[in-house]
Design a protein around this ligand. Structure first.
Ligand SMILES: [Mn+2]
Length: 297
């Protein structure tokens, strides 16, 4: 195993509290430990309080499968703590990454804290973190790979920062080391129709700043509502061939995984993380890669 996903960032680091230095020291120790056991890439996110949000974890598609779905008005009708309750009740007993019970207790006060924080201060806290940990990542030969915000727009007045090409550029400039890089998640960024995924892959893979790729498809319903879908281009709105081709043509040598899948064939698993549809997704991506590779020879 060479990729670890995720090592969470303590809220005190994101908030910029004096206590952050202690947690950053712990983070640096973790990076060193991971490097010693052969980990080459660390995926993390810098989203405040809410890791990711959906309005339904088992939305039924016409083929009988279920997927995670997002209806903006339903999400806005909730508040962060009712959202936490809804996520827990729909998870069928599985714990959801980023929605662990121990994180939910302080949610209300955390939200108020971030609502009064400026975007600039949030960027400053991010830079403070990067400048502290990236030298350790270089030394341990562990590439840091930030995951974009999901969905890629602000919710409940919380700062969201990694949501499109412009702010990804800003993020990468905060610390120019190649060890400061990206987890390029096509489904998260692809929820915003304004994001041109092949162009984004071309730009940042070309700079060697993508270390890890989550490749999945998404089906847009409106500008802000979407269903997750099977990986195939024909099942959603992203051109998976064009995306994989940009990775291929950039000489991408990092890690790729299929991302969330449908729940199919009666499988019972953590929502979004069934084995069967993700296995189909991985074979589809491998097939695209082989076709593109042989075509280009
Ligand atoms: Mn992802």
């Amino acid at each position: 195993m060479e990729v670890i996903e995720s090592v969470n960032i303590h809220e005190d680091i994101k908030k910029g509290l004096p206590s952050r230095d202690r947690y950053i020291e712990n983070y640096i120790a973790t990076i060193g430990n991971l490097g010693r056991v052969g980990i080459k890439c660390l995926c993390y996110n810098f989203m405040p309080v809410i890791d990711w949000a959906r309005s339904d974890l088992a939305h039924q598609l016409p083929d009988g499968s279920t997927v995670l779905s997002y209806r903006h008005s339903e999400v806005l009708r909730m508040n962060p703590s009712t959202m936490a309750d809804a996520m827990a009740s729909k998870a069928r007993g599985y714990s959801l990454p980023g929605w662990e019970p121990e994180r939910l207790g302080a949610m209300g006060t955390d939200i108020e804290f971030y609502q009064s924080m400026s975007r600039e201060d949030y960027w400053k806290n991010m830079k403070y973190f990067l400048d502290a940990v990236i030298p350790a990542a270089e030394k341990a030969d562990v590439r840091m790979a930030i995951h974009p915000d999901d969905p890629p727009w602000p919710l409940y007045g919380l700062p969201k920062v990694i949501s499109g090409a412009g702010n990804i550029r800003t993020f990468l400039e905060l610390n120019p080391s190649p060890y400061n890089g990206l987890t390029l998640c096509t489904g998260s960024l692809g929820a915003d129709r304004a994001n041109d995924l092949p162009a984004i892959v071309r730009e940042f893979a070309g700079q060697g700043r993508i270390h890890f790729a989550h490749i999945r498809n998404i089906h847009h319903l409106t500008g802000v509502d979407f269903d997750e879908s099977a990986h195939l281009s024909s099942c959603g709105d992203l051109d998976m061939y064009a995306i994989v081709k940009e990775f291929h043509d950039a000489g991408f040598a990092g890690y790729i995984r299929p991302d969330h899948g449908r729940m199919i064939w009666g499988e019972k698993a953590r929502p979004g993380y069934g084995l069967y549809d993700r296995a189909l997704g991985s074979q589809y991506l491998i097939g695209l890669w082989e076709g593109i590779d042989k075509d280009g020879r």
